[in-house]
Design a protein. Structure first.
Length: 306
């Protein structure tokens, strides 16, 4: 599908976006929902519009007569669909990631996550994917978008639903690769560490509503599955749906209590609010893995946030 300078596809993710759209209880067909998503993406990158995100992220390209945009669906989750956006001029190119809400997710939650990620990146930017800009049609409609930097062939950390802890790697062809036992433990501890690191002492709040299995953390292609020292430098937090307000000591105790249980956002403890942080970990962690993550997180706080 094309519209002027914008092309939609071909898509890298197996099956394309239509297969992964979630409408929930809304009375809308998958085809109509997909059309709404496309229309919002096209509006967000319309070179003729003064509200286009192009003028924010690549103003030097907007007047290029050979300027082209490609929208490539590369991943999905229960909250968002993920697109790789390639902006190409005669001699210049820029790549970003666009995240747009699933039809059953209210667009104001995308604005909220954009604001949350902005806040975390201001605390310490090294381990979080910083969002660039936000877009929503005016008057507000069904979808909202925010852009982040593009991490080439990012690997999603995943565990549960019949899978051990491992990662989905798009290279050389999209596949799941299980971690070794040692790497798996360090991966889990590192995710806990980053939750501790990004606790906001001033606001007395920690990251909540996490979905560590599949949605919250990625590894770059520089991560080596045989070298645990490559985990922390190449791990990125890519989601921040909300926060829980409580002292750091209480937040740490919550992590110790909640992550020894594998969860999914359809579980009773999540739906009822008994669990406030661990919304989807897939598989349980050991107390030792959690405690090692807490110690690493406290060390990182002292090093990076002091």
């Amino acid at each position: 599908m094309t519209s002027s300078k914008i092309s939609y596809g071909p898509h890298s993710f197996p099956g394309g976006p239509l297969r992964y759209i979630r409408t929930g209880n809304q009375e809308i067909t998958l085809s109509d929902a997909h059309n709404q998503i496309q229309q919002t993406l096209f509006a967000a990158f319309d070179p003729a519009s003064p509200h286009s995100l192009i003028h924010t992220i690549a103003p030097e390209l907007s007047d290029d007569k050979d300027f082209q945009i490609n929208l490539d669906f590369i991943n999905w989750g229960n909250i968002q669909l993920v697109y790789h956006v390639k902006l190409m001029g005669e001699n210049r190119q820029k790549e970003v990631t666009a995240l747009i809400n699933q039809p059953h997710i209210p667009p104001h939650l995308i604005q909220q996550e954009y604001d949350n990620l902005q806040h975390l990146s201001q605390l310490q930017f090294q381990f979080v994917v910083k969002p660039y800009c936000f877009f929503q049609l005016n008057p507000p409609k069904e979808h909202a978008i925010y852009l982040t930097g593009y991490i080439e062939n990012a690997r999603c950390v995943f565990g549960g639903r019949g899978y051990p802890w491992g990662m989905f790697d798009p290279q050389p062809k999209y596949h799941f690769e299980a971690f070794s036992q040692n790497i798996s433990s360090v991966i889990k501890s590192t995710m806990i560490a980053l939750l501790v690191m990004y606790y906001d002492q001033e606001k007395q709040q920690g990251i909540a509503q996490t979905q560590l299995s599949g949605d919250d953390f990625i590894l770059t292609q520089d991560f080596s599955p045989s070298d645990p020292s490559t985990i922390l430098p190449n791990m990125k937090l890519i989601a921040a749906r909300g926060f829980v307000k409580e002292p750091l000591e209480n937040y740490i105790q919550r992590l110790q209590r909640e992550f020894v249980i594998g969860t999914h956002y359809t579980d009773t403890d999540v739906i009822t609010g008994t669990f406030k942080v661990n919304y989807k970990s897939g598989l349980p962690m050991t107390q030792n893995e959690i405690n090692q993550g807490i110690q690493l997180g406290l060390t990182l706080r002292q090093k990076h946030l002091s």
